[in-house]
Ligand binder design. Structure first.
Ligand code: SF4
Length: 434
């Protein structure tokens, strides 16, 4: 059967999508890129915040229209049905089956029944379909979350934190390396907590040591680190591992103690500053990325100004921000002093304008340096190449390195590029060596 697969949301959801696609492919079905040509469409959704839910609903409605023509079945999986299954069944009858995350253990049987075609039954045991570039892959080291941040619905959707056994991760990673993956990216809701549930202690560093030994990987990147779990041992240990990049993705959410407490975040502004100093002390050129939330209940102008000062002081290389999204079931939902949407939007704009300036200044410091770049795109007409340096994770927000070369370079290879100009997160350079 020809199946169109649409994966929405974050890279953790993408790994689930790749596993479901792997199951379908191993069962003899064909995953096709154009949903219009598909006999069945599966949409793996995100239900984290309002904008993600809106995107999911719009996609479902759009695909429901296709179903009237060629397509026989429309199936929706993931976070949205996990959270709102009953309502969705009532509101969107065009969907043949909503499959929630807690049904994934027997998703093969459910798909076999809905598609009326055989689908293998053991989720997670077949080779994943790598849906982004073949030289990079995510490795989901845990699912769920125990950090009950008061704005976040993830623990309600994904359940408690569950680390994947280390041996299982090593096997998965070895397979990915054999398939040609050169950049491995570790993800979880909180990667620094890895091992606390099944091994009784934090074991991210032990895992990195094992992954670092695997032949084939050139870069290993870690995303989603919780600030108070980054200690001397982890920073120094990561530094000793040559494949592990000095890339620290630390979503801190705010820079004001009152707001951090209300958000139920562990640690304080001071402790976050200490963590940043620790990293900057040990590495010559670390990459620091974070996310912030503006407009959480009770955030005054003064609190917001403190956040701006914090951002000026910390000078994150990358900073993404969201306006607070009211999510039922979370503590923030019942808080009084909710902030007006217009105020939230204004604060977001001010914060991002400030960050734009900081990002530009940080990027300009790289002019004259030679960076290793993983080549990912090529325009044969203009001879222009695009790739990523250690400064950019592959999730589309960190910018690219752009350079020209008349000499042909294969995508997926590493080259050295001297940086000559910077436009925000994007760097322009000249090829030095292949
Ligand atoms: S750490 Fe906080 S924000 Fe992140 S997934 Fe867990 S509860 Fe949500």
């Amino acid at each position: 059967m020809k199946i169109g697969f649409i994966s929405l949301g974050c890279c953790k959801n993408l790994v689930d999508s790749e596993q479901i696609m792997g199951l379908l492919k191993a069962s003899g079905h064909q995953i096709i890129p154009d949903a219009k040509q598909a006999e069945a469409i599966i949409i793996n959704t995100c239900g984290f915040i309002t904008s993600a839910k809106e995107e999911a609903i719009n996609t479902i409605l759009e695909m429901a229209e296709y179903k009237e023509h060629n397509c026989k079945k429309l199936i929706v999986t993931g976070c949205l049905p996990q959270r709102y299954k009953e309502e969705l069944i009532k509101e969107i009858p065009e969907v043949d089956r909503f499959i929630s995350i807690d049904e994934y253990s027997h998703i093969g049987e459910i798909l076999s029944e809905v598609l009326q075609e055989k689908v293998k039954s053991v989720y997670g045991k077949e080779d994943r379909v790598l849906s982004s570039y073949p030289w990079m892959a995510y490795l989901k080291i845990a699912d769920g979350c125990d950090n009950r941040c008061s704005y976040c619905a993830i623990p309600l959707i994904r359940g408690p934190y569950r680390s994947v056994e280390m041996m299982d991760l090593i096997k998965q990673a070895e397979l990915l390396a054999k398939r040609g993956v050169k950049e491995l990216i570790l993800i979880a809701q909180d990667t620094t907590r890895y091992g606390t549930d099944n091994y009784g202690k934090r074991r991210l560093l032990d895992l990195l040591k094992e992954l670092n030994k695997i032949k084939g990987f050139h870069w290993i990147r870690v995303l989603y680190m919780y600030p108070d779990e980054i200690d001397d041992e982890l920073v120094m240990g990561m530094k000793d591992l040559e494949k592990v990049l000095p890339y620290f993705d630390i979503p801190v959410q705010h820079g004001n103690d009152k707001m951090l407490t209300l958000m139920n975040r562990r640690g304080s502004k001071e402790s976050i500053l200490r963590t940043i100093s620790l990293i900057r002390e040990h590495y010559e050129m670390p990459v620091l990325r974070t996310t912030m939330i503006v407009g959480f209940p009770h955030e005054t102008e003064e609190d917001f100004n403190e956040l701006l000062e914090f951002v000026k002081e910390t000078k994150w290389d990358r900073l993404g921000a969201f306006t607070y999204s009211l999510e039922e079931g979370t503590k923030g939902y019942d808080m009084d002093e909710q902030i007006d949407e217009e105020v939230k939007e204004k604060r977001l704009e001010i914060l991002m304008t400030l960050q734009e300036k900081i990002a530009q200044e940080n990027s300009e410091k790289l002019i004259g340096q030679t960076l290793e770049v993983l080549v990912e795109k090529h325009d044969s007409l203009t001879h222009q190449y695009k790739g990523r340096s250690i400064f950019s994770a592959p999730d589309g927000v960190d910018g690219e390195v752009i350079f020209n070369s008349k000499e042909s370079i294969s995508c997926g290879s590493f080259v050295m590029v001297k940086i000559t100009a910077a436009i925000s997160h994007d760097l322009i350079g000249e090829l030095v060596s292949v």
